[in-house]
Every structure is written in structure tokens, then in C-alpha cells.
Design a protein around this ligand. Structure first.
Ligand code: CP
Ligand code: NVA
Length: 317
């Protein structure tokens, strides 16, 4: 890989190309011929390191890499030397000699930054405590697929966490207004919020924060929530009391546009942040989001590992 490799650590790293990344993914998903023989990762190996559990990210990367002609390797943190007898820098240098790309799910965001700094191949953040860019790419792809019916802003109800950060960055990049409701003390990270406000100023979108879920969802075209206690916050179940009134239930969604989309990155803790009635309703697109993880990541991987092929597909499809 040449010295001009690019990493995806937060979704705004690819802000200017986000609309095209999504367009590519939608065309690839719906292609009924060309895509089958298109193998831009032929001869390439993509390694994925996990320090936390995963269903969607792990399976969608493994299957997506294979569909593109590449070889996926899943590296569970218990099985490798990283964090035990080997530093991130040495691990990054070694893996760069074997692999053509690395995805990394970690705890502190600084560890994926460190891995990217010491790798000579592209690194994709597969979730850190601060960002979840692959989720945001799939989420904006899902919203784009429903652009005919989405009338209104993106509303977030819940914790000001990693998923909100990239949803907000991606949403305003594509011109969507975002209103988030969190309990007091659980607002999004101030640096990420500042970046999102700067992007919004350029795209003409707006960002509004409140502690009132009804205010956030009134007139919304999308309602998004996530677990109240994220991975890495084990032992912080005391948080639940602070989220009283933040459940996305039938009463709350009655304030949204009738054709609103219900979104959740999953896994959902049914009965906590969302009711069965909402997550299983006709408005819910949670399983489309899960599927779109694969298509969006295929677009990202192709762009990052074989840019010429990525551009060719856009031209020919
Ligand atoms: N949404 C998401 O990242 O799911 P997994 O934790 O199952 O990968
Ligand atoms: N906020 C959640 C997202 C899981 C996909 C977490 O970090 O655990």
C-alpha cells in the first residue's frame, strides 16, 4: 500500500465522499449482473480485530470481503498478542506486512488512532467508545433508500454516545437536520459536537440539543435510539435511573411524522430503550440497517483498498 493510504476513524474523515459512498453501496446492492463478477479485493486479505463482542460487524465484514473476492481474517483479542505481550505499534507494523486492510473494534478511541498511525495499510474503526462510522454509513444509506417518504429531521433519543456522534456527523454532512434528546449529563462529546456544528454550517443543516424527548421527536422523519449502557460500561447500570422518560414507546412516537422511520443500530434491549411495539412496527427499518452494514462497508473497503475499481463501478453501473 502506498504512503497515501486513508483511514476511516470517524465518518467525517470521508465527509466529502459520503454521498458517493452511499450511492455506490445502493447501486451495488441493487445491481443484477455486473456486481457478481466484480472482485476488487481479489488477492487481498482484510483482518478484523475485536476487543468487544460483535454479531453484525463481524459477519457483515466477513461476508462482504468474500463477496468482493478477498480473504477475511477475524482476530479475537484473546487469541492475539495485542494488549498482552505486544504493543499496538508493533502489531500494526506486523499486520501491515500480511494484510491489505485492518478493521478494529476497541475500547478507547485513541487505540484505533494509534493502530492507524503505525499501519501502512488502511484502517477502519469498527466501533470505539467515541465513534461508529460503519454504522453511520449504513444508517445514512438506509435513510437515503427511504428518501421519498422521510419528511422531517433525524431525532435521537437516549445516550449521547458513539452511535449518536457519527449519526450526527453523517446526517448533517448530507444536509439532514438533527435534534437529539439526552438526559442532563449524557450530552454528546463537546469536540464531536463542535465538528458537527461546523459541518452543519457548511451544509445548511441544523443541530439542536434538548433534554426533552417529546421536543426532539415532534415532527421527526427518523427516530433513532440505542442502548442506555454501552459495551465497556459494564457496572454502570446505575445509569438506567437517569433515562427515565427516554424510552421510545408508542406514546413518544405518536409525536413524529406518521411515516417516520424507527432506527436502532442493534442489539436492542427490548423493554429498556424501546418497546417491542415500536421495534416490530411497520415504521421500523432496523433489519434493513443491519443488512446495509454489509453493502456500505463493501463500498468503503473497495474505495480504500482499490480506488480505481471503485470509480470504475460508479462509471459502469
Ligand atoms: N450495530 C453493531 O455494531 O452491531 P454488532 O455489535 O453486533 O457488531
Ligand atoms: N453504543 C453501543 C453500540 C453497539 C453497536 C455500544 O458501544 O455498545
Amino acid at each position: 500500500m502506498s504512503g497515501n493510504k486513508r483511514d476511516l476513524l470517524a465518518i467525517d474523515d470521508f465527509r466529502s465522499e459520503l454521498a458517493e459512498i452511499i450511492e455506490w453501496a445502493i447501486r451495488f446492492k441493487n445491481d443484477d449482473g455486473f456486481a457478481e463478477d466484480f472482485k476488487p479485493l481479489d488477492g487481498m486479505s482484510i483482518g478484523s480485530i475485536y476487543e468487544k463482542p460483535s454479531t453484525r460487524t463481524r459477519v457483515s465484514f466477513e461476508v462482504g470481503v468474500r463477496k468482493l473476492g478477498g480473504q477475511p481474517l477475524t482476530l479475537l483479542s484473546n487469541d492475539i498478542q495485542l494488549g498482552k505481550s505486544e504493543s499496538i505499534a508493533d502489531t500494526a507494523a506486523v499486520l501491515s506486512r500480511y494484510l491489505d486492510g485492518i478493521t478494529y473494534r476497541c475500547f478507547g478511541h485513541e487505540t484505533v488512532e494509534d493502530l492507524a498511525k503505525h499501519s501502512t495499510v488502511p484502517v477502519i474503526n469498527a466501533l470505539s467508545d467515541m465513534h461508529h462510522p460503519c454504522q453511520a454509513a449504513a444508517d445514512l444509506m438506509t435513510i437515503t433508500e427511504h428518501s421519498d417518504s422521510v419528511k422531517g429531521h433525524i431525532a435521537w433519543v437516549g445516550d449521547g454516545n458513539n452511535v449518536l456522534h457519527d449519526l450526527m456527523l453523517a446526517g448533517v454532512s448530507l444536509g439532514h437536520d438533527v435534534k437529539y434528546a439526552t438526559p442532563k449529563g449524557y450530552e454528546p462529546n463537546s469536540d464531536v459536537l463542535k465538528r458537527a456544528i461546523e459541518i452543519a454550517a457548511g451544509s445548511g443543516a441544523s443541530i439542536t440539543g434538548t433534554n426533552d424527548p417529546v421536543e426532539a421527536v415532534t415532527g421527526a422523519g427518523v427516530i433513532y435510539t440505542d442502548v442506555f449502557v454501552s459495551m465497556g460500561e459494564e457496572g454502570m447500570e446505575g445509569k438506567f435511573a437517569d433515562f427515565d422518560g427516554f424510552q421510545v414507546n408508542e406514546d413518544l412516537v405518536s409525536h413524529a411524522h406518521p411515516d417516520y422511520l424507527f432506527m436502532h443500530c442493534l442489539p436492542a434491549h427490548r423493554g429498556e430503550e424501546v418497546t417491542d411495539g415500536v421495534v416490530d412496527s411497520a415504521n421500523s427499518v432496523v433489519f434493513d440497517q443491519a443488512e446495509n452494514r454489509m453493502w456500505a462497508q463493501m463500498s468503503l473497503l473497495t474505495m480504500m483498498c482499490n480506488r480505481a475499481a471503485w470509480e470504475t463501478f460508479l462509471e459502469l453501473s
